[in-house]
Design a binder for this molecule. Structure first.
Ligand code: ADP
Ligand code: MG
Ligand code: MG
Ligand code: MG
Ligand code: MG
Length: 643
């Protein structure tokens, strides 16, 4: 999220009354911006990551590791630099949903130079140091995807109490005071989501059934102040959670890219969509929820269940480029009037359908000051609806009156424990987009298969045990030139919809990433791209190390974080084979994670990765500049199309 605008939140009743107003003006705002900006072109590649951190406080005597609700104070401290030098600060800090979370991004986006890959990790390390300096004794920043004992007993510092009968979420597990208090937005979201649904949020995650886990697994919630709703709602053999904090309180790793124009951004959106489940599985880092080992390894379903009362169809995704129209094989629920409105406004059918689908949502929070807007200049109503859609990909139109171009955001990845790992995943995705644009690679498969992959990606150890649908021939048909032609004519003659089912097959993660006799593999494709550009030794070493991690995770040689956490729990002396992750196990696990973070690079003891970027940011940048001075800068640039 960007800077939070201050204001007075409306009640759900009021917000709901204004739903049509927000949708109508949101659409108009999109149409106005689209008209102004559709022919904006020649933007260059900019990109940047977002990492969410949790603040953890250890008590070494009591052997506890609690979530420190310190974000407000810590953020005041972290944002000093930005306030003093708005144009030039190394990191940017924003609040997140929970009072134990902060979100950090690089102070400026990275550009099209390959040498920038030397800075990604050092900037992430710097951010962790900055948080550390703002924290008290025994407090540390951890980039955990899910805190294992969220919602169990006294999990916060200071201690907080649930208020099942009053308040925003009425959770029997997650106190309202754990929600970030510095801005009303987050509490309002929680209250309105619950009121819109007409009952509490309902999250059900299958429990990992161990030898001594009760069967069926049914919990007694009466001591927690349950009025009967939890007992009625919780499914046997599931970990039940009852508020959006369980999803929004997870951390993630996101990457945003700027494309050279709107068509390229639509193409990137479409090419990255099939990679979402694949990268979710490869980054899996969250096997424990509410103190129990679960049967899933990744958080995405917890987020969708926690913020979302849509049905599966309503949660539809769609490709954005007309050329991939026939791969949109799931009926999109959309607002037909708004869709017509968009098309009347000059927006093509595929894009109109995508936006009209997002706009089936109600605004979930609304501030009285923001109700009446100038649709020519503002985009708040559009952004309001856009941001209530929790999707793995986000299409970001340029903000009004800015130098920023058309962007897409890649949102599925689980945040990794170390800066090395996070930098590796981010770098891999950026390089893959460059290979896509350079070679006109095509990963598109029917959207229903992407959905199926998404379900598979959550499964325990999906990386090693499951198969994913993937396109057989990634060199087919759709070069950027074809896509441009198709966009211009509105017709897609090159795609023969009849044989789509022959275009994809099931592959293992190892085949997808490392290749097989029949498939080149994503990593070899990235390497081929790297061979086609000029690259200095430092940057090349850095990238090779990152690719090594990705490759080993895909082959199973290096376990995912989820697998490491599972192994740690099940081998802990305090573990009783009953799926319970006790306070002591939680403490020992987080202690180990803290020791290893930014030291040994990954949690597993099997492989050692040595990070080559020990440079600080100025050193890394000046090295890169020296290298570039001797080279043809064009060959070190990663801008898209070879046109
Ligand atoms: P949000 O939370 O809405 O996704 P943030 O501002 O938190 O957005 O993060 C966006 C990311 O995009 C940051 O890493 C930032 O550096 C990067 N970024 C900023 N400007 C651009 C741009 N013009 N193109 C691409 N990425 C950008
Ligand atoms: Mg953000
Ligand atoms: Mg955000
Ligand atoms: Mg965030
Ligand atoms: Mg983001």
């Amino acid at each position: 999220m960007g800077l939070l605008s201050e204001g007075s939140p409306l009640s759900w009743e009021e917000t709901k009354k204004h739903g049509d107003h927000v949708r109508k003006h949101g659409i108009q705002q999109f149409i106005n911006q689209y008209k102004k900006l559709k022919s904006r072109s020649r933007d260059i590649l900019y990109w940047g990551d977002e990492v969410e951190y949790m603040l953890v406080k250890f008590d070494d005597e009591k052997k506890t590791a609690k979530l420190s609700l310190n974000a407000g104070e810590v953020l005041d401290n972290l944002q000093q630099c930005e306030k003093l030098c708005p144009q030039d600060h190394p990191s940017t800090w924003r609040p997140e949903y929970a009072g134990y979370m902060v979100e950090g991004t690089p102070g400026k986006p990275y550009g099209g130079l390959l040498a920038h890959f030397n800075v990604v990790e050092s900037n992430m390390r710097l951010r962790r140091k900055e948080i550390q300096q703002a924290l008290g004794p025994n407090e540390v920043p951890l980039s955990l995807t899910s805190y294992p004992r969220l919602g169990v007993g006294n999990f916060s510092d200071p201690e907080t109490k649930t208020t099942p009968e009053t308040g925003a979420s009425k959770s029997i597990f997650f106190p309202d005071e754990v929600i970030f208090q510095g801005h009303p937005r987050f509490r309002t979201l929680s209250r309105n989501i619950r009121q819109r649904k007409g009952g509490k949020v309902e999250i059900q995650i299958p429990i990992f059934k161990d030898k001594k886990t009760p069967s069926p697994f049914i919990e007694d919630f009466s001591a927690l102040g349950d009025d009967g709703e939890a007992a009625r709602t919780a499914k046997p053999d599931h970990i039940y959670m009852d508020c959006m904090g369980f999803g929004m309180g997870c951390s993630c790793l996101q990457v945003t890219f700027q494309a050279c124009n709107i068509d390229e951004s639509r193409l990137l959106y479409d090419q990255l969509a099939p990679l979402c489940p694949i990268m979710l599985a490869l980054s899996a880092a969250s096997p424990v929820y509410r103190g129990y080992l679960s049967d899933i390894d990744a958080r995405w379903t917890v987020i969708s269940q926690s913020v979302d009362d849509r049905t599966d169809e309503e949660r539809g995704k769609s490709y954005l480029s007309p050329i991939y129209k026939c791969y949109n094989d799931i009926e999109l629920v959309l607002d037909q009037d708004l869709c017509d409105e968009l098309q009347k406004g000059g927006i093509d059918e595929t894009m109109a359908r995508h936006i009209a689908h997002l706009f089936i949502r109600d605004p979930i929070s609304l501030f009285s000051e923001k109700l009446n807007q100038n649709d020519e200049e503002d985009t708040d109503h559009f952004e309001n609806i856009q941001s209530t859609n929790w999707q793995t990909m986000r299409f970001k139109p340029p903000p009004p009156n800015s130098s920023i171009g058309w962007r897409v955001e890649f949102r599925p990845m689980e945040v990794q424990l170390s800066s090395f790992e996070n930098a590796a995943y981010v770098t891999f995705i950026v390089l893959l987009t460059r290979a896509v644009l350079s070679y006109g690679l095509n990963f598109v498969i029917p959207i229903s298969k992407v959905d199926e992959n998404m379900r598979t990606a959550h499964k325990r150890d999906a990386v090693n045990k499951d198969m994913f649908y993937f396109r057989k021939d990634v060199f087919t048909d759709c070069s950027p030139a074809d896509v441009a032609k198709c966009m211009a004519s509105g017709k897609c003659e090159r795609i023969k919809c009849s044989n789509i089912q022959d275009e994809y097959t099931q592959m293992t993660m190892n085949e997808i990433f490392n290749g097989s006799d029949d498939f080149p593999g994503l990593i070899p494709l990235v390497k081929q791209y790297l061979n086609s550009v000029d690259i200095d030794i430092d940057t090349s070493c850095t990238i090779q190390n990152y690719l090594k991690l990705i490759s080993k995770r895909a082959s199973g040689a290096e376990p995912t974080i989820a697998k490491c956490i599972r192994n740690f729990v099940t081998n802990h002396p305090d573990y009783k084979q009953d799926s319970v992750v006790s306070e002591e196990i939680n403490y020992d696990l987080l202690k180990l994670i803290h020791e290893k973070t930014d030291n040994c690079e990954t949690l597993s003891t099997d492989t050692k990765f040595s990070s080559k970027t020990k440079d600080d940011i100025p050193t890394a940048l000046s090295k890169a500049e020296k290298f570039l001075a001797q080279k043809n800068p064009q060959k070190n640039m990663m801008n898209g199309h070879k046109s």
